[in-house]
Write a protein that binds this ligand. Structure first.
Ligand code: DGJ
Length: 579
């Protein structure tokens, strides 16, 4: 049995090695080192994060916004996170603290955080809080914030200045880019060899809040001009593969291939229409509250802002990558209930409906990432993995729901990482909490997950009260998952989750808790599927260690697998078919 699992991993590893070697050949070698800098590489069916030359799965956690401004404050957090099996910490680096006066940089905090991470065997994703954080501009240094002649703000329709640096300012863009370049140069100097820092988030939840777009004089002038030809040409060239809701907005407006923004994408928000802070009931009806967050509203305003944020951010990313080229992504505050209209969520952020605009305007970015708190977890993972966008979830819930969603993200959407927000809070990260338990379990499975993501032979499932059963098709077999009942199963379970890994034509490894799994043949026919053998076990140092041979009640008299109880477990099953 040990051998069987090893064979499965080593076969897959051989095939993905080919892809990785090819990717390494292309990737920038880190400044005189033999090992390439962290990068993304295509590996079969997946795109993976490569750190120190090997595929890496980020079992992450994001610190609260202000935690990383004090090394004394973060010092005790690291060992706790390490004990909770968090291998990657997302921590802010702020423009205000690295460049307190113009041109004078202070990297004490950056160095201290890298040192603390290394001492605890952790990796870091730095979050560059600079021009924008949750839409607004509270993180630029005081010398930027107080000079609004040089660094102008966006304005709402009534002309009122928003606390948001306008994207229509070359000065703001260039100063942000210059500071970011200095940061990336410094990280390269202190970390290219060790690769503690593995990715960078650029800005945070960018976009205009308070109105559907920037209405400053410079913005209005740009809005009245033709859509830039770089964007138009991109859309025409990619017409057949555009994101459907985006393409529909364009076609609804006539599908023109040139013209002003409103000629190409339709009319913007009606004059004088005030945008509330949230789309509650009222102004929406109960029904609209449930549905409006899935539709686009005055898409031209959002598309216009997306293009301008993408261009600005691309300049910042390019300046940083010129110094040290590691993966860089932007995160988005999603359109959702209570935030259905642009301006109630940051208009122009990297939302799924404007993914094409970001691909056209910010090609230097490696990924667009959702801050995924909404209950429609699957739906958003699916929307964010279109057009080959790799999935990294920089913010999410870290409770039992978050722990269960992990399985879906890694198993069904080839996520490269998952990172609950506020991970240092006791409720999220205490050693026996749901996230820590899930991470401990998944850290045993990491090599297997990475290998099977590449071969496309993995699926993940989360059950909750809205979805108490789910079906998965993987290879010859279809699996019907339901909450486990009776014999040691919780009375009224809220969540259950599992990864299913296909290890052979008729063999699967199933890892999770709280559910039963019934197998049937995917192709219709006269055959019935039976369980030939079922064995429980654990993976230790990459090896399968057999436990009990399961039969009788433990396999529901042959009907299926049962991973009941509160603790995660794994089973290997061999199937057969009979007439
Ligand atoms: C989303 C932001 O990106 C985070 O920085 C933080 O402000 C959380 N919201 C708070 O819920």
């Amino acid at each position: 049995m040990v051998k069987h699992l090893e064979d499965s991993v080593s076969y897959l590893q051989k095939s993905i090695r080919i892809f990785i070697v090819a990717a390494i050949g292309c990737a920038a070698v880190a400044y005189g080192q033999q090992i390439p800098a962290p990068h993304l590489a295509k590996a079969g069916a997946a795109t993976q994060l490569i750190v120190a030359g090997k595929p890496y799965l980020a079992l992450g956690g994001e610190l609260h916004n202000s935690s990383s401004s004090s090394l004394d404050y973060t010092e005790p957090i690291w060992p706790r996170l390490a004990a909770d099996h968090v291998n990657t910490v997302l921590a802010s680096v702020t423009w205000e603290l690295i460049e307190p006066s113009e041109g004078n940089f202070d990297f004490t905090l950056v160095d201290g955080l890298i040192h603390q991470a290394r001492s605890n065997g952790e990796h870091i994703v730095f979050l560059w809080f600079a021009s924008w954080k949750n839409g607004v501009s509270t993180y630029p240094p005081v010398w930027v914030k107080t000079d609004d002649a040089r660094f102008p703000r966006a304005r709402d329709e009534s002309g009122h200045a928003l606390d948001i640096l306008s994207t229509f300012s070359a000065a703001s863009r260039d100063e942000d880019a210059r500071a970011f370049a200095a940061l990336m140069r410094h990280i390269r100097e202190v970390d290219a060899r060790e690769q503690t820092v593995i990715m960078i988030q650029v800005e945070n939840e960018s976009g205009v809040l308070g109105d559907t777009r920037d209405y400053s004089a410079a913005a209005n002038e740009a809005f009245s001009k033709p859509v830039p030809k770089e964007l138009m040409e991109y859309l025409v060239a990619h017409k057949s593969t555009l994101i459907p809701e985006f393409r529909k907005a364009w076609e609804d407006a006539g599908g023109k291939t040139s013209g002003t923004w409103e000629e190409v994408f339709g009319k913007g928000k009606p004059k004088g229409f005030a945008i509330p802070v949230r789309t509650l009931t009222p102004p929406l009806t109960q029904e609209e509250h449930e549905t409006e967050w899935r539709s686009l509203h005055w898409p031209v305003d959002e598309i216009f802002m997306a293009w301008n944020y993408a261009r600005y951010i691309n300049a910042v990313v390019e300046a940083g990558k010129a110094e040290y080229n590691i993966p860089m992504y932007v995160n988005a505050w999603l359109q959702q209930r209570d935030h259905a209209w642009p301006g109630t969520y940051p208009s122009g952020g990297a939302l799924p409906q404007v993914m094409d605009v970001y691909h056209a305007g910010a090609p230097a970015l490696d990924m667009l990432s959702p801050d995924l708190y909404v209950p429609e977890f699957d739906e958003l993972c699916a929307r964010y993995t279109r057009e080959g966008n790799p999935l990294f979830i920089p913010e999410s819930a870290g409770d039992a729901r978050g722990a269960a969603n992990l399985f879906t993200a890694f198993g069904s959407y080839n996520a490269i990482g998952f990172s609950p927000f506020g991970v240092e809070d006791a409720g999220t990260s205490k050693v026996d909490g749901p996230l820590a338990q899930a991470y401990e379990f998944l850290s045993q499975l990491t090599p297997l997950i990475l290998a099977h993501q590449a071969s496309g032979t993995i699926a993940g499932v989360t059950l909750d009260r809205q979805h108490p059963t789910r079906k998965v098709v993987l290879g010859k077999y279809t699996m019907e998952m339901s909450f486990a009942r009776g014999w040691g199963a919780p009375e009224n379970p809220e969540y259950a989750a599992a990864l299913i890994v296909q290890t052979g034509d008729d063999e699967y490894l199933v890892a999770g808790k709280g559910l039963t799994i019934i197998f049937s043949a995917t192709a219709p026919g006269p055959l019935t599927t039976g369980l030939a053998t079922v064995e429980e076990g654990v993976i230790s140092n990459g090896n399968w260690i057999s436990g009990r041979r399961l039969n009788g009640d433990e396999i529901m008299s042959g009907a299926g697998l049962r991973l009941a109880g509160d603790a995660y477990s794994m089973q290997k099953v061999k199937l057969y078919q009979y007439r």
